[in-house]
Design a protein around this ligand. Sequence first.
Ligand code: ATP
Ligand code: MG
Length: 588
Amino acid sequence: MDWKTIRKTAKPGEPAPNLIDYAAARASFSWEAARAELERLPGTGLNIAYEATDRHVYAGRGEIVALIWLGKNGERQTFTYAELARLSNRFANLLERLGIGKGDRVCALAGRIPELYATALGTLKAGAVFCPLFSAFGPEPVRIRLSKSQARVLVTTKALYERKVRHQRDDLPDLAQVLLTDGDGLVEPGVSSFHALLAEESDHRSPPRTLPEDMALLHFTSGTTGAPKGAIHVHDAVVAHRLTGRLALDLRPADIYWCTADPGWVTGVSYGIVAPLVNGATMVVDEAEFDARRWYAILEQERVNVWYTAPTAIRMLMKAGAEAARWHDLSALRFAASVGEPLNPEGVLWGRDVLSQPFHDTWWQTETGAIMIANYRSQAIRPGSMGQPLPGVEAAIIRRRPDGGIDRLSPGEEGELALRAGWPSMFRGYLNDEERYRRCFADGWYLSGDLATQDTDGYFWFVGRSDDVIKTSGHMVGPFEVENVLMEHLAVAEAGMIGKPDAFAGQIVKAFVALKPGYTASDALRKELLGFARTRLGPAVAPRELEFVADLPKTRSGKIMRRLLRARELGLPPGDLSTLENDETKED
Ligand code: ATP
Ligand code: MG
């Protein structure tokens, strides 16, 4: 395999990485030891929100800022660990008074507002299950998720409630209470004011009584490959949140940390709430949507040290051009990482050249609950590689056998990425779909559904989702390598690849390309791009067809939906569209 490695250069005065010797950390690692660093509550209890808040308060760190909230209209509010502990106690007390307890689902449908954080943490303290819903979902995806999760309580805003929930309340018999963060007093039966009710509660609360295997979080997957699945996580996941925050994101107490993911998705909870708080960091939350200039200003003004973002945002920053980054002092930035989709080598190098920080790719899924494979600060980055497994995680490339077993493949061979089952943040089930859950496991391994290879040094390389990989003239082709090559061309902002049926080749590669500003689609450019790809990929793998599009279809979390490109091309039914970024149910 052909790769170049790059190394993040340390700036003067930077602290040493949390993970210095990768091999030694792997060799000596045990989850029991990682778990022992957490506070066990009476009766061997464990609680994510207690670890995230009260623990710091009892250790004398209550006055450290836990949350810097930046409102979309320029407001700036801060909350200390002690304040978050009190607010979440109040919310937990309120839930208890409403008769909500162990295992009950509490959903939140709101943008990135401070109440969301008190809701998430208070729900966990009450022993209930927090289930975030992305605020830009239309009424139908909201109803489906509220109904599937059997939500008892929903925290939302007045506008979102009126537009998306109120008219379907009769279809949601389990939903006993809706709490409006901007409503005054009692609004109507079954709808109350979040703040009015919270004001009646006490700041104090005895330590939570949850156990490590109690259900804590319910996350719906992104719906990139089909209908979203509800993945169940337990309190023990916090062991992995804490460890990955420290080792993969290099987080340390009092770091200024910004995770750009919305808490409507798993990244926005695992790394936008839990991991930074359990590691004692100060997290920045921006209520506004993406805007390149605003983002650079936040990095500069808040002096962000650690930044966790996604390829879709990186591509947008690249599209906005290096000029937008110029004149911003990003010297506080110590570590930048990415997750959610394959990170093209172009993106890694662009980070290094324009932000003076290469992006470190990390791989994980809703089902894994936490980062499983990462490029660590102390390790050489191989641009285009997802990195190496976390200490405590065993990853392998496997092939499923017809008898239900698996075979491990050798370095360089392409197969399914699998993880040895048993890490703390592994999902414990798909909601109402035990059969599907069982099918994810074989011989003690969790099978991810992603195809990858491993090189002889142990780095993993993403090939594509098993649904997206195609066979052309006997060759297996993954979207990632084709799209990476197209992305290298100066004119290309985004690329997506699908297989198109062909009488001779079985399938041929068809590429869809969105151009950067300043470039115009033309036959000449199409030919140039096809030639460009052909020289680099060879005729067997290079796209035969190329179509220009204004934008590629994406999920609301920003992932390219190749299944939709495929469906459009082939005139097939598109399948579940509830997570599509631009569908007609979106109302914001
Ligand atoms: P669904 O399961 O509903 O189709 P989804 O798989 O996109 O949606 P998530 O759990 O949010 O839902 O995303 C996990 C998937 O995202 C991974 O299985 C992988 O395909 C992709 N992914 C995440 N990080 C990376 C990465 N660093 N490189 C390549 N792919 C990644
Ligand atoms: Mg998935």
